[in-house]
Design a protein around this ligand. Structure first.
Ligand SMILES: [Zn+2]
Length: 703
């Protein structure tokens, strides 16, 4: 039922798009292609939403072009600057560099393991990028493209620094959400400026920020409005409706100059004298990362960026449309020597089990975890995400749908067809590909489908309709299944073995065709298919041929392409999702992150007991130390504690406390200290005794 429903939905909403896209981007002839995928922030792992929105469609497209022997570079890398990274570093008590090093490596590997075939996965902290971004800024600066403006911005008087974007929180003026950021309210989606927030406070110190003057450089987007109107609204009517529509609404509401610098200590320094403490705004530096990465990849980078014969396509999610359709094109146009994108096929969002994917609420399926928990099933994920891609509207990933698509489509249709074709050949002809003889009308119908499918898949791919393309390709496997079910070679083998030879030959030709047709979507499966058929890598242009496999050739062992996924596996994932989500997330950046797990035995080694302080006195010639005499129930002992700044000796006498008894004794200022009083420390450094209930008896164990 699920499948049938989504199938109809799919047809319904694609129909108008199909109409709209009659101007295929491929009407123009290009010599080469530059494909970029949005640079993911290196402040967290990749989740399914990122994949479905950006990386998977980009990879399918890149693989398709490579199969067509096009000259193509596929560019991506980590975006390693920006406030989310410095905030993450602060939360985890590490440096921004530690954060980006960790996630760059993690995400690079996860992409590779999913078969995302970037030609380069670079990073915006690379020296080439620093150089390229600085040069780019200077070129615009020297051309007089920037406006210098001194404005008042929020400054944290305690942390003594300006507060960029996410370092300020406050109440959203639109929806009253009390935790809106200085640049955006995540509750209502409004884009905000820090001064619009009610009751603003600094996330660094909690202080109320004050306005202070600071100088920044602005890109006058308003000046480029006529250029953008002509370029987008007149010349790029073939863009996806969601992208075109968003651009139009921005242009219609009027563009403002936009700052390209920030007061921050993490980023590419503004390359001007007197600009200490200022860095390039991450949204100025990040898209230049595409250029730097291409430079790192090839000395011939300029032909991809500066030749009108190059087709540049940016794959992004819808939250990035403004940057790739408005800001970056203005930067490129202002610089003057670069080409503009031919298309920006942004996707909508993928939801998860009916809710918005959220990193902060831990409502996500993380790619690196999926790959670990589902070894060898990268193509299953690629299939499900593509079949359900949020191309024209937000869409939902559910584990039940994942299971259904695997079991009812990959296993029951594709896997089943291929398996039957190969097993029957092995059974009847010892695995030798049989010769086809008389071709009947039905056979011809099947053979003709090879080239019609090629055309249909091409057309869908070239119009960025990836789910439609995948469905067309899978329909060929459906056709194969039907062909075998209708012709029933297992019944004919006794009476008409010649006919069976023809049927199986055609079935194996169809399998080989699937090995090419499915390669952009399911690269690992395509390799397996070709291996079973004993075929080399084939190019896209071979599609339509009806003699891809030759009679007499021996097949390799038919392995299983896909396996059924049981309910337990899916239930486990659903539980995991809900458990992770319920775990309280650390929201206060001052709190230490959770420590590593220890065993119960480790904990049991600590002898913590209820005790009473019977005497407290200052240690002479020290400011911080108190000498405490403690009744631990089993003995009386001396403990030296560095708490004199927080407690008067007399207020401690008679207090019940928790004492770690078996801590190695230490000599402090000539006195043996035997144990430790347990205290908690607030963010401001103030200390509190961990006090057991007054009725707890001395000597009883705390555990
Ligand atoms: Zn709001």
């Amino acid at each position: 039922m699920i499948i049938i429903n989504s199938y109809f939905l799919f047809i319904n909403y694609l129909y108008p798009l199909f109409f709209f896209n009659i101007f295929s981007p491929f009407m123009k002839e290009y010599k080469r292609y530059l494909i970029t995928a949005a640079l993911p922030y290196a402040n967290g792992p990749i989740h399914l939403g990122h994949l479905a929105g950006v990386y998977l469609p980009a990879d399918i497209f890149a693989r398709y072009l490579r199969l067509k022997s096009e000259d193509i570079v596929f560019i991506c890398g980590s975006d390693e600057h920006g406030v989310p990274i410095t905030i993450k570093a602060r939360t985890e008590g590490v440096t921004p560099k530690d954060v980006v090093d960790k996630y760059h490596v993690l995400n690079k590997k996860a992409f590779e393991d999913l078969g995302i075939s970037f030609d380069i996965y670079s990073r915006t902290t690379s020296p080439v990028h620093y150089e390229t971004a600085s040069e780019f800024f200077l070129t615009l600066y020297n051309k007089g493209e920037f406006i210098e403006k001194t404005t008042e911005q929020y400054f944290d008087p305690e942390a003594k620094q300006f507060l960029a974007d996410r370092y300020i929180v406050g109440t959203c003026p639109r929806c009253n959400n009390e935790n809106a950021y200085g640049d955006q309210c995540e509750n209502c989606g409004s884009s905000l400026s820090p001064t619009e927030l009610l009751n603003p406070r600094s996330t660094l110190s909690g202080a109320v920020p004050v306005l202070k003057e600071t100088k920044h450089w602005y890109l006058p987007l308003d000046k480029y409005e006529p250029f953008l109107r002509k370029w987008i609204l007149e010349e790029n009517k073939h863009w996806k409706t969601n992208v075109y529509g968003q651009c139009k609404s921005w242009l219609d509401s009027g563009l403002q100059p936009r700052a390209v610098s920030r007061d921050l200590d993490w980023g590419i320094p503004v390359p001007l004298p007197g600009a200490d403490g200022k860095v390039l705004y991450v949204w100025f530096d990040a898209p230049i990362g595409y250029i730097s990465a291409t430079k790192e990849l090839t000395p011939e980078w300029e032909k991809y960026w500066k030749s009108k014969e190059t087709c540049m396509i940016h794959f992004i999610g819808k939250d990035n449309i403004v940057f790739h359709c408005i800001i970056f094109p203005v930067m490129l146009e202002a610089e003057g020597t670069y080409i503009l994108p031919e298309n920006v096929p942004a996707n909508e969002f993928l939801n998860l089990e009916g809710d918005k994917l959220s990193t902060s609420k831990n409502w996500a399926v993380w790619l690196h975890e999926y790959l670990e928990e589902f070894p060898g099933k990268q193509d299953v994920l690629r299939y499900v995400l593509c079949a359900n891609a949020p191309e024209a509207k937000d869409n939902d990933f559910t584990w039940k749908d994942y299971q259904a698509r695997n079991n009812n489509e990959l296993v029951a249709i594709l896997g089943n067809f291929v398996n039957r074709a190969l097993i029957l050949t092995r059974k009847y002809f010892n695995g030798n590909i049989p010769e086809k003889s008389t071709v009947e009308t039905y056979d011809k119908e099947i053979l003709d489908a090879f080239s019609t499918k090629k055309t249909m898949v091409e057309k869908s791919l070239e119009n960025f309709r990836f789910r439609e393309a995948l469905k067309e390709a899978m329909d060929l496997a459906r056709l194969g299944n039907k062909y075998l079910a209708d012709t029933e070679p297992w019944k004919l083998i006794k009476s008409d073995p010649e006919r069976v030879k023809t049927i199986l030959n055609i079935s194996l030709q169809l399998t080989a065709t699937l090995g090419i047709l499915l390669e952009p979507f399911l690269p690992d499966t395509a390799i397996k298919l070709r291996k079973m058929l004993n075929l080399p890598t084939l190019l896209w242009k071979e599609l339509g041929r009806t003699d891809l496999v030759s009679p007499g050739q021996l097949l390799h062992d038919p392995g299983l392409l896909f396996e059924k996924i049981e309910d337990e596996v899916i239930d486990k994932q659903l539980h995991k999702l809900i458990n992770n989500h319920n775990m309280k997330q650390i929201t206060d950046p001052h709190l230490e992150p959770a420590k590593d797990l220890i065993s119960f035995e480790d904990f049991g080694k600590m002898d913590i007991r209820v005790s009473t302080i019977i005497k407290a006195e200052r240690v002479t010639k020290t400011k911080k130390l108190l000498k405490l005499t403690v009744d631990t129930g089993i003995d009386e002992r001396i403990i030296i504690s560095g708490i004199a700044e927080f407690f008067q000796p007399e207020e401690l006498e008679g207090k019940k406390v928790c004492v770690l008894l078996n801590l190695e004794p230490r000599e402090i200022k000539g006195i043996q200290s035997q144990g430790m009083i347990l205290l908690s420390e607030n963010v401001d450094g103030s200390l509190y005794l961990v006090e057991p209930h007054v009725e707890a008896q001395n000597g009883t164990v705390v555990r």
